[in-house]
Design a protein. Structure first.
Length: 624
C-alpha cells in the first residue's frame, strides 16, 4: 500500500480521540471501544521489555525483560507565588538632583517627604515595585498627600481597595498603613517618614490592584500543565499616571475589572449571596443514594422535599396529586417515578427516574452558600484570564457543564451537549481560533494511546491492527502491523484509522490547531450524550450535533455539510471567519439569561485554585 503525501501527513498527527466500536474480534482481544473506555479484558502474562528497530523477516528478536513504557499526561504543580520586592525609591530621595521637585517652588514639607524616601521600606509585587520606581522618577507632585496629611483622592482609593472582595480579590493584598491625623509637630522627620511610606505604599497597592483586576492574581500556567494562557500585559506606569491625573479615581479603579456581562453577573451573584442572612436551609440527601424505580429507600422523603422546593410551579401543578398524597414512605411508586422523571427533564437530566449524583445535586439546590461563594471567587479570577472581548462570534466550551455554546452578534444562538476528557485524560483550559472542518476524517492515533493502551495487546498479537483495518507507517512508509517489532521504539511509528462508519471521529472534526491536540468532533458513541456526567473521552470534545456546529462556523447550511459528507471523501473545509474558541473551565458561570449556574468540579481544579490563593496571600504578607 502506498500513502499519498496528504495521507502521510495525516498519519503523523498525534491527535486525541473518542471511543468507537469495531468489528468482531477474538475473545481475548480488546476492541478499540474497550481501549478508549478503559475496559480491561483478561490479564495476560507479563511482557518483556524494549529493544529497538523493525523485525526483519525470519529474524529472531531479542527481548530484554524491561517494564512496558508509559506516556504520562500533564501534572498539577505546587503553586509558587511571586515574593514581594522592596520598592527602591531611596535613589529618588534628593528632590533637586532627580528634578522631581523644583527647589524654588516645592513646599518644605514636600522636600522633607521626598528626603524620607531614603529610609522607608515598602514592599510590593515585582511588577508593581518596578512601576512605582519608574513613576516617582519623573512624578513632580505627590499623588496621595497634601502638606502634612492625606488627601481626598487617597481616601477614595483606600475605599475602593478595601472593597476588593466585591470583585473577587483579597483586600489584604492592598492594605496600607494610614498616617494618623494627629502627630507630634516637634518631630517632623518622623511625620515625613510616615507620609513617605504612605505615598509610596498606596501607589504600590494601587498598581498591584490594577494588575490583579485586569489579569488576575494567579498565573494560570503555574497551576498545571493543563492550563495554557499568555498572561495579559498591564502598563502599570501608565496606570499610575492616569490615577495621578484623574478626577474620578473610583471610576478608574473600578473600570479595571472586566466589564463583560458574564463578569458582572458573577459579581452581582457574589454580592447577593454575601448579603443573605438566612441560614443554609438546603434539602439534604445522602451522597451515596442510588434510587431506582421499584425500589424502597428512606431518602425518598427528601427527594420529594427537594422537588417541592426546587421544582417549577408548572411541574408541581401537573403532579399535585402525587405530591399531596405522599406520606413520607420509602416505596418508590410509579406516580413518584413520573414526578422524578418530570423534575429530571426540567433540569436537563436524563429522565429515567434513577436518582443518582446528578439528580441529587439538583434536588438539594447544589452547593451551600459558602461553596457557591468559593466557586464565584474562582470564576471571577479565571474570567480575568480571558480576553476583554470574547468576540461577537465565538465558541465557548464549559467543561464542568459538559456544554458548548455558539455565539453570533454577541448572543447565544444555540448550545449542545458535549463529552470532555476523563479525569485521567483531562481536556486543557486554553483559547484558540477555529480554522478547519474536516469531513470523513482520518483518526491519527496519539502516541499515548499507542503506547499505553495498544502496545500490550500488539506484543501479544502484532497483526491486530491489520485485521482491524488500521493503517500503520514507520518513518512515513506504509507497513503491515504484523511486520513491526512492537518490542522496539514506537517513536517513528504512526497509526491511523481511515474514514468509515466505525471511525472514532465519526463523520467530521472541527480543528483549531494547538499543541495539545484538542479538537471537536463527531462520535459513533451517541449513548454517551445521554449521561449526565460526561467526562469520558481521551481529551477531545465530542459534539452531540456536529453538523450543526460545522454549519455554524462555516457559515453554510447543515444540508450543505451533509452533501460534503455524503461525497465520501476526506476533505478539509476552511473556516473563513475569525471565530475564537474558548475551551474553558468554570464551576460557576451565567447562562444566556444571566442566571449563574453551578457545576461539579470534575477535575478538582478549583481546589488547586484555592491553594494558589493561599500561596499568594502568604507570599504577599509582610511580617510585623
Amino acid at each position: 500500500m502506498k500513502l499519498t503525501k496528504t495521507a502521510v501527513l495525516a498519519a503523523t498527527l498525534a491527535l486525541s480521540c473518542a471511543a468507537v466500536s469495531l468489528h468482531a474480534t477474538p475473545a481475548n482481544a480488546l476492541t478499540v471501544m474497550e481501549w478508549l473506555n478503559g475496559k480491561k479484558k483478561q490479564k495476560s502474562e507479563p511482557l518483556p521489555g524494549v529493544t529497538t528497530g523493525i523485525a526483519l523477516p525470519g529474524a529472531e528478536v531479542k527481548q530484554e525483560a524491561k517494564p512496558l513504557p508509559r506516556v504520562t499526561g500533564p501534572r498539577y504543580y505546587t503553586y509558587k507565588a511571586d515574593a514581594l520586592k522592596r520598592v527602591a525609591v531611596d535613589k529618588l530621595a534628593d528632590p533637586v538632583v532627580t528634578s522631581s521637585i523644583s527647589a524654588d517652588v516645592a513646599p518644605a514639607g514636600d522636600a522633607g517627604v521626598r528626603a524620607a524616601f531614603s529610609s522607608i521600606d515598602v514592599r510590593a509585587t515585582p511588577d508593581a515595585a518596578k512601576a512605582v520606581e519608574t513613576f516617582y522618577g519623573t512624578q513632580k507632585k505627590f499623588v496621595w498627600i497634601d502638606g502634612t496629611g492625606i488627601n481626598d483622592k487617597a481616601k477614595t482609593a483606600i475605599a475602593v481597595l478595601a472593597d476588593a472582595a466585591s470583585v473577587g480579590l483579597d483586600p489584604w493584598d492592598y492594605a496600607v498603613k494610614i498616617p494618623a491625623e494627629s502627630f507630634d509637630g516637634a518631630d517632623m522627620s518622623a511625620r515625613y517618614s510616615e507620609l513617605a511610606a504612605f505615598e509610596v505604599g498606596l501607589s504600590a497597592a494601587v498598581a498591584t490592584y490594577v494588575q490583579d483586576a485586569v489579569r488576575g492574581r494567579i498565573d494560570p500556567n503555574r497551576i498545571s500543565g493543563y492550563h495554557d494562557f499568555k498572561r495579559k500585559d498591564v502598563n502599570l506606569v501608565a496606570a499610575l499616571k492616569n490615577v495621578a491625573m484623574s478626577s474620578n479615581v473610583r471610576g478608574y479603579l473600578e473600570s479595571r475589572s472586566p466589564a463583560s456581562a458574564d463578569f458582572q453577573a458573577l459579581k452581582a451573584e457574589l454580592a447577593k449571596l454575601k448579603a443573605e442572612t438566612t441560614g443554609d436551609d438546603r434539602v439534604v440527601i445522602a451522597e451515596d443514594t442510588l434510587l431506582k424505580p421499584g425500589q424502597s429507600n428512606p431518602e425518598l422523603a427528601n427527594v420529594v422535599k427537594g422537588i417541592v422546593k426546587h421544582g417549577s410551579d408548572a411541574l408541581k401543578t401537573d403532579h399535585s396529586l402525587a405530591i399531596a398524597t405522599y406520606k413520607d414512605t420509602p416505596e418508590y411508586t410509579p406516580e413518584l417515578v413520573a414526578l422524578v422523571e418530570a423534575f429530571q427533564k426540567e433540569n436537563g437530566l436524563k429522565p429515567d427516574g434513577v436518582v443518582g449524583k446528578a439528580s441529587i445535586r439538583k434536588l438539594t439546590g447544589g452547593d451551600s452558600v459558602a461553596d457557591k461563594i468559593a466557586k464565584l471567587e474562582v470564576a471571577l479570577e479565571q474570567a480575568r484570564w480571558l480576553p476583554v472581548d470574547l468576540g461577537a462570534r465565538h465558541v465557548f466550551i464549559n467543561q464542568p457543564a459538559f456544554q458548548v455554546y455558539y455565539y453570533e452578534d454577541g448572543a447565544e444562538k444555540f448550545s449542545m451537549r458535549t463529552v470532555v476528557g476523563s479525569k485521567s485524560n483531562q481536556t486543557y483550559f486554553f483559547e484558540d481560533k477555529v480554522q478547519t472542518v474536516e469531513v470523513n476524517p482520518y483518526w491519527g492515533v496519539p502516541q499515548s494511546i499507542i503506547i499505553n493502551e495498544m502496545l500490550p495487546k500488539l506484543r501479544n498479537d502484532p497483526s491486530y491492527l491489520d485485521r482491524m483495518g488500521y493503517e500503520v507507517a514507520v518513518g512515513g512508509r506504509a507497513v503491515a502491523s504484523s511486520s513491526v517489532n512492537w518490542y522496539g521504539s514506537t517513536a517513528g511509528v504512526s497509526v491511523r484509522q481511515p474514514p468509515s462508519g466505525d471511525n472514532a471521529l465519526g463523520e467530521l472534526k472541527i480543528l483549531f490547531p494547538n499543541s495539545h491536540a484538542i479538537y471537536m468532533h463527531d462520535t459513533p458513541s451517541k449513548s454517551f450524550f445521554k449521561k449526565d456526567m460526561r467526562a469520558l473521552s481521551h481529551g477531545c470534545v465530542r459534539l452531540a450535533e456536529p453538523r450543526k456546529m460545522a454549519a455554524a462556523v462555516l457559515g453554510i447550511s447543515e444540508e450543505e455539510v451533509g452533501r460534503e459528507i455524503a461525497a465520501g471523501k476526506n476533505k478539509a473545509l476552511n473556516v473563513k471567519a475569525d471565530i475564537p474558541i474558548y475551551i474553558a473551565y468554570f464551576t460557576a458561570w451565567p447562562n444566556k439569561d444571566g442566571v449563574v449556574e453551578y457545576f461539579d468540579d470534575v477535575y478538582d481544579r478549583d481546589s488547586y485554585m484555592r491553594k494558589a490563593f493561599a500561596a499568594t496571600q502568604k507570599a504577599r504578607q509582610i511580617e510585623g
